[in-house]
Design a protein around this ligand. Structure first.
Ligand SMILES: [Zn+2]
Length: 133
């Protein structure tokens, strides 16, 4: 796992975001790597107009997923160079499925990020590439 991604479990184990209850009960982390610079994002309740979306039940959500949280931390002109890694950690600390939702994938592709540079952890806690799914 470390070979593909520097988002080691150790990096996030004691992250402050893990100490507060995440939306949906699970904590997602996303790391964007641009050259040698690393950016970290996580799911949270901060809103952004671009993220406003209507859910199937009619409610409107505008909270950040980890992927979009980290996306907007990266300067716009550098976003197309992002290599993105998304990980979900359960309350007990298990790494599990963290495939980006369709809303996030759309935002990522719109910013010019390539599917082959988007990685997420699967149910086994192994890295999987979005391009291969
Ligand atoms: Zn999402």
């Amino acid at each position: 796992m470390e070979e593909i991604c520097p988002l080691y479990y150790e990096t996030i184990k004691y992250h402050p975001a893990r100490m507060v209850a995440p939306p949906g009960g699970h904590r997602h982390f996303a790391m964007a790597i641009v050259g040698k610079v690393k950016y970290l994002g996580w799911n949270n309740r901060k809103t952004r107009p671009q993220l406003k979306r209507q859910m199937p039940d009619g409610s409107v959500l505008a909270g950040h997923h980890a992927e979009t949280h980290v996306l907007y931390k990266v300067p716009k002109h550098k976003r197309k160079y992002i290599k993105l890694f998304v990980m979900r950690v359960t309350k007990s600390g298990k790494i599990t499925m963290s495939k980006p939702c369709s809303h996030c994938v759309e935002s990522l592709l719109t910013e010019g990020i390539s599917e082959k540079n988007i990685w997420y952890t699967n149910h086994q806690g192994e890295w999987q590439c979005l391009q291969d799914t």
